[in-house]
Design a protein around this ligand. Structure first.
Ligand SMILES: Cc1ncc(C[n+]2csc(CCOP(=O)(O)OP(=O)(O)O)c2C)c(N)n1
Ligand code: SF4
Ligand SMILES: [Mg+2]
Length: 299
């Protein structure tokens, strides 16, 4: 159901400035399509990001939505604050594998544990694209850089980490599988709590060469979409299956786990349901009596 008088044009953004063929551009196209299909009004959405090529995506879709391009690795705490200040906004976070799994990992872990209502997208290319292709933690030890250098650590898997943290919606998809990407985005946009989607999105400039496990060619050849979604009733069974399939050289995709029953942060920490910006100063400021009574609790 589309919002009245809105057309697909209302879901467009500025022209992309990313490298031609960058996987990230396929993500912004699918997000605007999914929001249009679900009848989500651009004014309802806050597009949140950190820093990186991936974090530039909010500029390229839904120009009429709210947006905040924060600091590197700080999308999680900024989004938490924004959602508490305006619980009516639909939070759509777009981050990178470096932004989330390196500098932003602590914030990501706490956001997932709190079950903040939001869609959390990691546009995952295994490298820091914006700063010229250094390894990110989601790189594979078997996948050399263009100069032949190998990653010295084991990979950090955003999906198994999210499952172990108790996330209520965990999925992986690939920009080369637009049908699955679109279906997963639409499901995630309707999930009540944190929905984490690891989107494999090749960096055409720094990580698309032969031997890379994040290239279009490799991912097309090794992606194994699950037929049933979500197939696992137990998140740890999903973790085991993802690890087994990784060891076999497969890239398992689909919705690994879904649980809509877990309490969200807004249910655990009830606050005003209207945006703070709509309250006047008197309503926001505690009365002298309530302030004194609050202070008395700390005596
Ligand atoms: C505090 C801070 N540290 C480092 C940087 C430099 N920096 C900018 S983007 C980036 C990594 C981006 O990688 P990723 O999040 O994977 O996004 P991609 O460009 O690959 O989409 C880094 C290290 C920064 N901007 N700020
Ligand atoms: S450097 Fe890589 S991630 Fe950045 S815009 Fe170019 S292809 Fe995309
Ligand atoms: Mg990256």
């Amino acid at each position: 159901m589309q919002p009245q008088n809105l057309t697909k044009n209302d879901y467009k953004g500025s022209p992309s400035t990313l490298c031609t063929g960058c996987g990230h551009d396929l993500i912004s196209t699918q997000i605007s399509n999914a929001c249009f299909q679900l009848g989500i009004h651009p004014f309802e959405v806050a597009k949140m990001s950190g820093i990186g090529c991936s974090s530039k995506l909010p500029a390229y879709f839904m120009s009429q939505s709210f947006a905040f391009n924060s600091m590197h690795g700080r999308m999680a705490p900024v989004t938490t604050g924004a959602k508490l200040a305006n619980p009516q906004l639909k939070m759509l976070g777009i981050s990178g594998d470096g932004d989330t799994a390196s500098i932003g990992l602590g914030g990501f872990v706490h956001l997932v544990k709190r079950n903040l209502p939001m869609v959390y997208i990691v546009a995952d290319n295994g490298v820091y694209g914006l700063t010229k292709g250094q390894f990110s933690p989601t790189a594979d030890p078997t996948s050399p850089r263009k100069n032949g250098e190998l990653f010295l650590n084991d990979t950090l898997d955003i999906c198994t980490l999210s499952l172990e943290l108790g996330c209520g919606f965990v999925a992986r998809t690939f920009v080369g599988n637009p049908t699955q990407l679109s279906a997963i985005l639409q499901k995630a946009l309707q999930h009540p709590g944190t929905a984490v989607i690891d989107i494999l999105s090749p960096c055409i400039t720094f990580n698309n060469h032969e031997g890379s496990t994040k290239s279009y060619t490799y991912l097309k050849a090794h992606e194994v979409p699950m037929r049933e979604t979500p197939p696992f009733a137990d998140p740890l069974a999903a973790v085991a299956e993802i690890r087994k399939s990784y060891k076999n050289g497969e890239v398992l995709t689909g919705i690994f786990f879904e649980n809509t029953a877990a309490k969200t942060l807004l249910e655990k920490l009830p606050g005003p349901s209207s945006p703070l910006a709509l309250y006047n100063a008197d309503e926001l400021r505690p009365s002298p009596e309530s302030f004194e009574s609050m202070m008395a609790q700390y005596m």
